[in-house]
Design a protein around this ligand. Sequence first.
Ligand code: HEC
Ligand code: HEC
Length: 156
Amino acid sequence: MKIRILLAAFALVAALPVLVAGAGAADAPKLPSGPHPMVQDVPADPMPREIVDDVKRTRNYADQPPLIPHAIRDYQLDLNVNKCLTCHDRKNSEGAQAPMISITHFQDRDGQALGAVSPRRYFCTQCHVPQTDARPITGNMFKDIDTVLRGKEGGK
Ligand code: HEC
Ligand code: HEC
């Protein structure tokens, strides 16, 4: 008798996932499919445009790497050539009227200033990025320090 109850209980537990899956199949969750059905052949959306207006963007915090406000397409940036430095290096900034890379870019990890750009700052696009007019996929609740401080004083 006891064994039979045990077996019945076991069968129920074993069948549970199947039962749950079965119940779900009726209103199965929809796969994320974007604005068009997956089977429909639609032309690709246009590429977002690069922002190349040469306007400085506010940094969200004091030591944010500033965003690049100009085109960088096809600029060579590898072991042999650094196109960015042809305008942003100390000796080239006058000719290009480009802001010089700041002192931090000449410092090694011990804070020692070197004569040329430090190897750890050589690959500019590791930190500096251009922007496009693409609509962000998700929202963003970031608040800069001024907003946070204002919120505190105002009791918000
Ligand atoms: C032909 C010269 C030239 C080249 C090459 C160049 N820049 Fe610039 N860059 C400028 C000038 C001039 C400005 C000032 C704003 C403007 O006119 O776009 C600038 C602005 C910037 C700024 C904004 C600085 C700030 O304070 O907001 C960043 C960051 C930057 N460049 C990074 C780069 C990186 C990274 C590369 C290489 C991928 C690069 N630049 C290549 C000329 C150049
Ligand atoms: C490891 C990250 C990093 C790399 C790599 C890097 N930068 Fe920066 N850059 C920063 C940060 C952070 C700032 C802002 C604070 C500062 O000056 O250090 C900055 C500031 C700048 C500025 C503004 C300077 C000013 O005084 O307004 C320019 C221009 C710039 N970088 C260009 C470059 C170029 C060109 C390269 C490549 C040779 C480069 N950066 C590589 C992080 C980086």
